[in-house]
Design a protein around this ligand. Structure first.
Ligand code: 13P
Length: 240
């Protein structure tokens, strides 16, 4: 079985001095299946360690007059290997559309930056039994014109599970991840795309979650900000 990926999404958290403290503990991670995605200005602190580094967003062009944006070419030139795209927080607060996200995916792949494409339904959509329809739309649109499918990672993050402490049952996660894999297989037969789970993953529930063999890794928000909690999560995933 392939190794599971453990991705930390720090979102917009921590000050420079907190990052230094954080790295005193986390700097010793020696595991290339761990990807840490700090707030982008802190990325240089995380490079040249024995884990991988990702960025939380990248733009649709390589350079030019796009104030505030960072391109995949720039991220890659620094030693960053992953980019989180289409996170629900960006879809929601920055009104990112499927089409825009697809452009970001294609630009990232141009520079061999692996996109971690986030998909997921809202609680309302779930209650209206629209989950499959939403996920199918998000997957198909994000992967439009993608040639290097082996570089792509999908993260299933039900929006109602993000930061809430509410997690779907193992049975639900297994069914949804399998469904997502069926969609991807319909587009790219025999692919090896990893599908991660994200949403309130903690050191307390990781043992149980990690029993689901269809899940190829985790995207961890809040718990990745606490060094010991994150180290415990890595240890469980590595040892099972
Ligand atoms: P939490 O782990 O805090 O629920 O966040 C999940 C997430 O959004 C990771 O991208």
């Amino acid at each position: 079985m392939e190794n599971k990926l453990i991705v930390a999404n720090h979102k917009m958290n921590m000050t420079a001095s907190e990052i230094n403290e954080f790295l005193k503990e986390l700097g010793k991670i020696n595991n290339k299946n761990v990807v840490i995605c700090p707030t982008s200005i802190y990325i240089p602190y995380f490079l040249k360690k024995k884990f991988q580094v990702g960025i939380q967003n990248t733009f649709i062009h390589e350079k030019g007059a796009y104030t505030g944006e960072v391109s995949p070419m720039q991220a890659k030139s620094l030693g960053v290997n992953y980019t989180i795209l289409g996170h629900s927080e960006r879809r929601m607060y920055l009104e990112e559309s499927d089409t825009f996200i697809n452009k970001k995916v294609l630009e990232a792949l141009n520079y061999d930056l692996k996109p971690i494409i986030c998909i997921g339904e809202t609680l309302e959509e779930r209650n209206m039994l629209k989950t499959d329809k939403i996920l199918k739309r998000q997957v198909i649109n994000a992967l439009r014109d993608v040639a290097k499918i082996e570089e792509v990672i999908i993260a299933y993050e039900p929006i109602w599970a993000i930061g809430t402490g509410v997690v779907p049952t193992n049975k639900e996660i297994k069914a949804t991840i399998s469904y997502i894999k069926t969609i991807i297989n319909g587009l790219y037969p025999n692919n090896k795309v990893k599908v991660l789970y994200g949403g309130s993953v903690t050191e307390k529930n990781i043992k149980e979650l990690n029993k689901i063999k269809e899940v190829d890794g985790y995207l961890v928000g809040g718990a990745s900000l606490k060094p010991q909690a994150f180290l415990n999560i890595i240890e469980v995933v590595d040892s099972q």
